[in-house]
Design a protein around this ligand. Structure first.
Ligand code: SF4
Ligand code: SF4
Length: 369
C-alpha cells in the first residue's frame, strides 16, 4: 500500500545521515576497532553501480550527509567513482579515513569530483605511539603528510581521536596537534566496546579518575579554544549517571549500510540476535527505513520496560544503547545498564573497574596477527 508523506512521518522522520561502510578492508589493525570479529569479504562488497543506486535512494529518502567509511574507504579502487556518484545524488560527502592509500593525485581526484570534508583518524601524538596503536609502521608520517595536503587545498578537516586508558594523558597534545594540522574540529571519542574492541577491553578501559579528568579537560579546552577549534566529545558512559541517546534514537536520524548492502539502524546492531536485517540488493532503502521490522523494533517508546517506560527522560535519551543493553543485560529491550536507574548499573561499574585494573601490563591484541 502506497502511503503519503503524512502517514510516513507518523512512522519516522526521514533520515538525515547515512554511514556507508564501503569495505571492511583496512591496512591498520587498531585494537579498539568496532568492526565485527568476522569481517565481510571483498568479494561480497556492493559494486560501484550498486553503491550509486544506494546513494540515489538515500537522497530521495531525505539523507543530506553521506559519511564514507569502512574499514578504510580508500581501499576501494573505485573510491573516486563512489564520491562522484554521491555528488551526482546531491549528497554532502565526508570521507572518514585512516589516511593510508591516499596520495596527492588521488586526493585531488576526490576533491575534483565533489568530496566536501575529510575526517582523519590519528592513533597517537607521536610516531612511535601512533604506529604501535594502529599496528602499521610508517602510518603516522603518512597521516601528517595527508593532513598537510588537505590544508593546502582548504578542504575542511576533522581529526578523529579515540581515547582509552593508554592515551588519555596525551589528550592536551592531541588538541595541540589538531590545531597544528589546521583541523577545524577534533572528535575525541572514548573507546566503545563493540566488535574487535571487546578483545582489548582490559587493555583499553579507562579508570574512573581518567574519565573525570578528561571530561574536565575537554570542558576547559572548549572554552579556551572557542572560535578556533570545535571539540566533539563522546564521554565514557560506564561511570556516568545517564546513558547516551545512542544514534539520536533508533531509526530516527541515521542509517548504516555495511559493505555487502545490509542496512542497519546502528553500526553494532548485528549483535542483537533477535533481529534480521534487510539488504539493499533485495529491498529498497525506503521500504527498509519505514517498514522493516528491524528499524521499527525500538522506535517510539512502546517497546520500553520499566524504569524507562515511566521515566521523564525517555524521549531525551530513548533508553540509551540497545546493543549495550543486549551485551550486559542479555536483553535488547532492557534499560541501558549505563543508566543509574538500571538494576545492572553496579554490575556495569564493577565490570569497568575490573577491566581498568592496571596491576597487570597487557599487550594489545591485533586482528589477524
Ligand atoms: S578503527 Fe582502525 S582498524 Fe578499524 S577500520 Fe578504523 S582505521 Fe581500520
Ligand atoms: S530510566 Fe531509561 S529513559 Fe530514564 S534515564 Fe534511564 S535509560 Fe533514560
Amino acid at each position: 500500500m502506497e502511503r503519503n508523506r503524512e502517514q510516513l512521518a507518523k512512522i519516522a522522520p526521514p533520515p538525515m545521515a547515512m554511514l556507508a561502510e564501503v569495505t571492511h578492508r583496512c591496512p591498520l589493525a587498531c585494537p579498539y576497532c568496532s568492526n565485527p570479529l568476522e569481517l565481510k569479504a571483498a568479494s561480497q562488497e556492493l559494486t560501484t553501480e550498486e553503491w550509486a543506486s544506494v546513494f540515489q535512494q538515500a537522497a530521495e529518502l531525505g539523507v543530506l550527509h553521506l559519511h564514507l567509511s569502512g574499514g578504510e574507504p580508500a581501499s576501494r579502487r573505485d573510491i573516486v567513482e563512489l564520491i562522484a556518484a554521491a555528488e551526482k545524488a546531491d549528497l554532502y560527502t565526508n570521507l572518514i579515513t585512516s589516511g593510508i592509500g591516499i596520495n596527492e593525485k588521488r586526493l585531488d581526484a576526490m576533491i575534483d569530483v565533489g568530496l566536501k570534508h575529510i575526517q582523519l583518524s590519528i592513533q597517537g601524538v607521536d610516531e612511535k605511539t601512533a604506529d604501535l596503536v594502529g599496528g602499521y609502521k610508517g602510518g603516522y608520517k603518512r597521516k601528517i603528510q595527508l593532513a598537510e595536503w588537505i590544508g593546502a587545498r582548504s578542504v575542511p578537516l576533522t581529526v578523529n581521536a579515540v581515547c582509552h586508558r593508554t592515551n588519555m594523558a596525551s589528550i592536551p597534545d592531541m588538541i595541540d596537534l589538531a590545531i597544528e594540522l589546521g583541523a577545524g574540529r577534533l572528535e575525541i571519542a572514548t573507546v566503545q566496546f563493540h566488535g574487535w574492541a571487546i578483545e582489548n577491553r582490559s587493555q583499553l578501559m579507562p579508570t574512573r579518575e581518567q574519565v573525570e579528568a578528561t571530561t574536565q579537560l575537554v570542558a576547559d579546552a572548549r572554552e579556551r579554544l572557542e572560535g578556533k577549534l570545535v571539540i566533539d566529545y563522546v564521554p565514557a558512559d560506564y561511570y556516568a549517571t545517564y546513558p547516551k541517546a545512542c544514534m539520536g534514537g533508533w531509526g530516527r536520524i541515521g542509517i548504516n549500510v555495511d559493505p555487502t548492502g545490509l542496512v542497519l539502524p546502528c553500526h553494532a546492531a548485528e549483535s542483537i540476535p533477535s533481529l534480521n536485517f534487510e539488504n539493499t540488493r533485495e529491498t529498497s532503502l525506503h521500504d527498509i527505513w519505514y517498514h522493516s521490522p528491524s528499524f521499527n523494533a525500538f522506535r517510539g517508546t512502546d517497546w520500553m520496560q520499566e524504569p524507562c517506560r515511566s521515566c521523564e527522560r525517555k524521549t531525551a535519551d530513548f533508553g540509551g544503547c540497545r546493543c549495550q543493553a543486549m551485551a550486559i543485560a542479555g536483553d535488547a529491550t532492557a534499560t541501558d545498564p549505563a543508566c543509574h536507574k538500571s538494576p545492572l548499573k553496579n554490575r556495569m561499574i564493577e565490570l569497568a573497574e575490573n577491566a581498568a585494573d592496571t596491576s597487570e601490563q597487557l599487550e594489545f591484541v591485533y586482528r589477524g596477527r
